[in-house]
Each structure stands twice: as structure tokens, then as C-alpha cells.
Ligand binder design. Structure first.
Ligand code: SF4
Length: 92
């Protein structure tokens, strides 16, 4: 259903005839870590993420998996080599 609160005009899973049913009754604004992520969209109520209703929750434990401004950093973190697979590769 189309949002009529903070992300006015956007199609949203949490919107119902009774209004926004997301935790707290509306989306939460972006946080500092969102930086210049391309998923940010400016609405009359402020800047919000177009993917997640609560950006803070996405950053609580680790980096947001949908962040577009951290591609280089994410690659480094996931670039770990599985020692078992590496030993098999050298055996061939
Ligand atoms: S995708 Fe992640 S980093 Fe980007 S705006 Fe949304 S919560 Fe922030």
C-alpha cells in the first residue's frame, strides 16, 4: 500500500488502511553510518532509506548489507580464505 506518512507516495509493505504498522508507527530516519548511500531518498519529512524502515537496526551488529557506499570495505571483510579449500587448491 502507498505510504501516507513519512515516505509519502512510496509503496510500502507496512502501510495498511489503519496507517503505518511498523514498530513505532513510522519509518526511522537514516543514521550517520548511512553516509551517502544511494538507497537514501529525501522526503518532505527528512531523509529515509528506501529499503529498510529502521536503518539503525541494520547497523547495530555489523555493516548494513545493502549499503552502496561501502563496497570496498565489504569486499575486504568477506575476502577471507577458507583454509580447507585453500589446502585442497594447492594439493591439485
Ligand atoms: S541501505 Fe543501509 S546504509 Fe543504505 S540508507 Fe539503507 S540502512 Fe543506510
Amino acid at each position: 500500500m502507498v505510504c501516507t506518512s513519512v515516505k509519502e507516495g512510496s509503496d510500502c509493505f507496512f502501510m495498511s488502511k489503519k496507517g503505518c504498522e511498523f514498530n513505532g508507527g513510522s519509518c526511522h530516519a537514516i543514521i550517520e553510518q548511512c553516509g551517502d548511500c544511494q538507497k537514501i531518498k529525501e522526503f518532505p519529512a527528512g531523509k529515509y532509506c528506501t529499503v529498510f524502515p529502521e536503518p539503525e537496526a541494520k547497523w547495530r551488529v555489523r555493516n548494513c548489507n545493502m549499503a552502496t557506499h561501502l563496497k570496498g570495505t565489504i569486499k575486504k571483510e568477506t575476502g577471507k580464505v577458507n583454509p580447507l579449500k585453500a589446502s585442497k587448491r594447492t594439493a591439485h
